[in-house]
Design a protein around this ligand. Structure first.
Ligand SMILES: Nc1ncnc2c1ncn2[C@@H]1O[C@H](COP(=O)(O)OP(=O)(O)O)[C@@H](O)[C@H]1O
Ligand SMILES: [Mg+2]
Length: 138
């Protein structure tokens, strides 16, 4: 599915909508250029689950942030600086997938080999200063 958003808040709202259907065990693989809106999307996800969106920041340097929301724990990873799948295996990525939580990965294509088959791919494209095309599907 595809949606155009015209503001950061609209991107948050889309993510919150999707989060309403989550039960735990979902993995979201986010891809798109720097500034395309991946982290903004995670804010909406956390907000949609009842958590604090202000807690969300890009885990570029630490690889992994953890947010407790009202409903589910969200593991937020960023593969931008990962040397490869081995880095993600070292921080226990495969185990995170088995915890009935939400696992969301920015720059997921960099660790493609580790992504589970049932993941939701979300692709972000900046088509204008505030216009984003967001495409998602399993
Ligand atoms: N429609 C939109 N959706 C998401 N972000 C937007 C939008 N329009 C403008 N922006 C801005 O683009 C930037 C997106 O940053 P961020 O979410 O950190 O990107 P990424 O994590 O993909 O590098 C933010 O500065 C945000 O305010
Ligand atoms: Mg980011």
């Amino acid at each position: 599915m595809t949606r155009l958003t015209r503001s950061p808040l609209a991107t948050e709202r889309l993510a919150a909508e999707l989060a309403a259907d989550f039960h735990g065990g979902e993995c979201l693989a986010l891809d798109g250029e720097l500034g395309a809106g991946k982290t903004q999307f995670v804010r909406g996800l956390v907000r949609g689950l009842g958590g604090d969106p202000r807690a969300v920041s890009s885990p570029t340097f630490v690889l992994l942030n953890v947010y407790d929301t009202g409903r589910l724990t969200v593991y937020h990873l960023d593969a931008y600086r990962a040397a490869g799948p081995a880095d993600f295996e070292a921080i226990g990525f495969p185990e995170l997938l088995e915890q009935n939580s939400i696992v969301v990965v920015e720059w997921a294509a960099r660790i493609a080999a580790l992504l589970p088959p049932g993941r939701i791919d979300v692709c972000f494209e900046a088509v204008g200063p505030r216009l984003r095309r967001i495409t998602w599907g399993s």
